[in-house]
Every structure is written in structure tokens, then in C-alpha cells.
Design a binder for this molecule. Structure first.
Ligand code: G3P
Ligand code: CA
Length: 266
């Protein structure tokens, strides 16, 4: 029997919790998600933080470009209340504490995965890495090395894979850490990779939902080349069912609770 797709919580359980906060990730772990997805950006003083946008305006009460700010400046803002009222919180006692609404560092997320009490996958996306001439990748490898996850020892497995729309970013990472698993995100499949092959050094394919909906045969082709297929971002129930039917390996979803329920339907 074919395995069900694994469920990766996109920016945490981001439909109901403020994206990229510790609360969103803890909730995804409690729900039973197989993995977590996060985007990383570099602060002005060289820390990696989990934030999607170039500017902090949408997901905090501050304004400005993240890369011009220090970690201490980012920590002074509130990263949770833009999402109030949370979709399913009707009791004040359920509101996450202040610490959970701070900007989240990659290091804290790595520690959360390590301490989850069960295996949890972590898919880390490098955002606009080419602007930083390799610094994002160097900092990322240093962070992963602190957990033994960039170059896992023989017999141990890293829960981490790194995703990017930039092949250059993935190549830099694989040059520094040849054992690191990588996912090439694609919103279109380049002509030369339509047969399901991938550039050297890329472990898995990361096509958009739109690609696999229009070209479901791509999934089989990539898998025949030995590549898992990780699809983003799958939220609607009919899309989750379709992904199961065409046999993708991973669905990345804002709604891990819904995804787990729908994928387990008889
Ligand atoms: O998981 C890949 C997906 O997150 C890429 O799009 O904009 O949500 O980072 P975005
Ligand atoms: Ca992302």
C-alpha cells in the first residue's frame, strides 16, 4: 500500500496562530504534524530569524526592512497581535504568553524541534539568499552544526532539509555540507527538468500545487528519478485529496489539522 503524504505545517499552524511564532510551531507539534516549515532572514547584526516578508509591517506592530534591524530591535515588537482574534481562541486563558509572540530565532526553533519529544521534520527556506553573497548559508550551517544536523554522523539522521527557489543557494549549502538534504522550490519546471530529473546536489522536488494540478504526471517522473515530491501550499480539502491520489510525498499546509484529517480518510 502506498504511504500517505507527510504533513508539514507551513509557517507553523499558521491558519489559526500568528505565523512563524513559537506558539504556531508548538501548536503544529501538538496537532501531530510530521514537520514544520519556516522562512529565514538575516538581521543587520547577523542573526537568522524566522520571518517571511522583507518588511516587518504585515506580521508585527513595527515598520521597516528586516535586514536593516538588529535582533534586539526586532525583539521589541509584538509579532502576535496582528492575528487577533485567533480563529479558535475564545478563552483568554488560551492566549499565548508574550514570549511566544516575540520574533522567533532559528536557534529557538531548532531547540524546539530537538525537544519535541518525537521526531519532527524541519524544512527551512532561505529567502532571497543571493543578496547576501553566501552569508545566509554560512550562518545556517553554523546554526545546524550546533545541533549536529548539517553533517550528521554515520548512523544518525538530520531532521532538517533546506528549501529554496535559488539553486545557487542550495549549491552553496551542499558544497559546505554534502550530506544536507535540499529541496528545489519551483513555480514552473524548467524545460530540461520536465523529465523529473533535478540539478546536481538537489535531493527533492518542491513544485507548487498549481504545477502538480496541471501536470500530475510530473510526480511519478520525479519519483522514478529517486526524488521525493514536496508540494506547497495545500490548504483546500479537494487539493489535499488530489495530492494523496497522485502520490506526493509531502504536503506543506497552513492547516496541518485539516490535512491530517483529510489525508487519513478511508
Ligand atoms: O514551502 C514553500 C513555500 O513556503 C514557498 O512560498 O512564499 O510561502 O515562502 P512562500
Ligand atoms: Ca516558505
Amino acid at each position: 500500500m502506498r504511504k500517505l503524504p507527510r504533513v508539514v505545517a507551513h509557517r507553523g499552524a499558521s491558519e489559526v496562530s500568528p505565523e512563524h511564532t513559537l506558539a504556531a510551531y508548538q501548536r503544529a507539534i501538538e496537532i501531530g504534524a510530521d514537520g514544520l516549515e519556516c522562512d529565514i532572514r538575516l538581521t543587520a547584526d547577523g542573526h537568522l530569524v524566522c520571518v517571511h516578508d522583507r518588511r516587518i509591517d504585515r506580521t508585527s506592530n513595527g515598520r521597516g526592512v528586516l535586514s536593516t534591524m538588529s535582533l534586539a530591535e526586532l525583539e521589541a515588537y509584538d509579532w502576535g497581535s496582528w492575528k487577533r482574534p485567533w480563529a479558535d481562541l475564545d478563552d483568554e486563558a488560551d492566549l499565548p504568553g508574550l514570549d511566544e509572540m516575540k520574533v522567533l530565532t532559528l536557534d529557538t526553533l531548532l531547540a524546539t524541534v530537538r525537544d519535541a519529544g518525537r521526531p519532527v521534520e524541519l524544512a527551512i527556506e532561505t529567502k532571497h539568499p543571493t543578496r547576501y553573497a553566501g552569508l545566509v548559508e554560512r550562518r545556517l550551517i553554523e546554526a545546524l552544526d550546533r545541533y549536529g544536523w548539517a553533517r550528521p554522523k554515520l548512523g544518525s539522521e538530520s531532521p532538517v532539509r533546506v528549501m529554496s527557489f535559488s539553486w545557487l543557494s542550495l549549491r552553496r549549502l551542499r558544497t559546505a555540507a554534502p550530506g544536507l538534504r535540499t529541496v528545489l522550490l519551483m513555480d514552473r519546471i524548467p524545460l530540461r527538468f520536465r523529465d523529473g530529473s533535478l540539478p546536481t546536489g538537489v535531493s527533492y522536488a518542491g513544485p507548487s500545487l498549481e504545477i502538480v494540478t496541471a501536470h500530475p504526471e510530473y510526480v511519478d517522473r520525479a519519483q522514478k528519478h529517486g526524488h521525493q515530491v514536496h508540494v506547497w501550499t495545500v490548504n483546500a480539502e479537494e487539493d489535499l485529496r488530489r495530492c494523496r491520489e497522485i502520490g506526493v510525498d509531502v504536503v506543506i499546509s497552513d492547516r496541518p489539522d485539516v490535512a491530517l484529517r483529510v489525508l487519513a480518510e478511508p
